[in-house]
Design a protein around this ligand. Structure first.
Ligand code: C5P
Length: 222
């Protein structure tokens, strides 16, 4: 069983790396941000305030894999609306508690979406190396400058046909990173044993190459 965690701020390159490592090591990719996006967007679609802890906790408790996958096709799941709502619900301790067990159970018994057992998982999130899987085999903390991250997210939005401006993406991201880093429960921070990866000047290929080299070094006990 191998558990890899990848934490870091928005658009730092976590998803790209997680998907590539999952493929390389034949592990299942667990994008934990989807849980928070599903709860946040669920609140918005029901006309509820994402900061309403009682209602958000209820949504988190009722969340199933099927509900999350259905919500993930909504146009605002990945937009700034979904991101902001996710960040708001994720600051609520009761929401985090409701989603924690599900994430921890998965690490004991990881399965691919079709139900086939997996030999491990790659977690992508904010607290996966610190709170969800503190005993993970390999932990990464992936960062990049705010400008580079906003530029990447802006291009992703344009490619998806989402209308926005670079300045708005940069401001939204700064607000979300601040909330994620300053919340009292499970804030965004590197695990003490995390491998740091600054992707500001790396393309996806260089990022994956560097990460695999580091994993091999760690596994070899270097
Ligand atoms: O990674 P993604 O941008 O999809 O995450 C959306 C939001 O969910 C983050 O801004 C953060 O507030 C929250 N999140 C979290 N803990 C995680 C994953 C995501 O608080 N492990």
């Amino acid at each position: 069983m191998m558990i890899i965690t990848i934490d870091g701020p928005a658009a730092a390159g976590k998803g790209t790396l997680a998907a590539a490592l999952a493929k390389h090591y034949k592990l299942v990719y667990f994008d934990t941000g989807m849980l928070y996006r599903a709860v946040g967007l669920g609140m918005v679609l029901d006309g509820l305030d994402p900061e309403n802890e009682v209602a958000a906790e209820q949504k988190a408790k009722e969340l199933t894999f099927e509900k999350m996958m259905a919500l993930s096709t909504h146009q605002d799941f990945r937009s700034d609306i979904g991101g902001r709502a996710a960040s708001k619900v994720s600051a609520l301790p009761k929401v985090r508690a409701a989603l924690l067990k599900m994430q921890q159970d998965f690490s004991k018994n990881p399965v691919f979406p079709d139900g086939t057992p997996a030999n491990g998982a790659v977690y992508d999130g904010r607290d996966t190396g610190t709170v969800v899987c503190p005993h993970a085999d390999i932990k990464f903390f992936v960062t990049a400058s705010a400008e580079v991250r906003a530029q990447r997210r802006y291009k992703e939005f344009l490619a998806k046909g989402i209308q926005t401006t670079y300045e708005k993406v940069l401001a939204d991201m700064a607000e979300r990173d601040k909330r994620d880093s300053e919340r009292a429960t499970a804030p965004l921070k590197p695990a003490s044993d995390a491998i740091f990866l600054d992707t500001s000047e790396m393309d996806a290929e260089a990022e994956v190459f560097t990460a695999i080299k580091e994993i091999e070094r760690r596994l070899a006990g270097i």
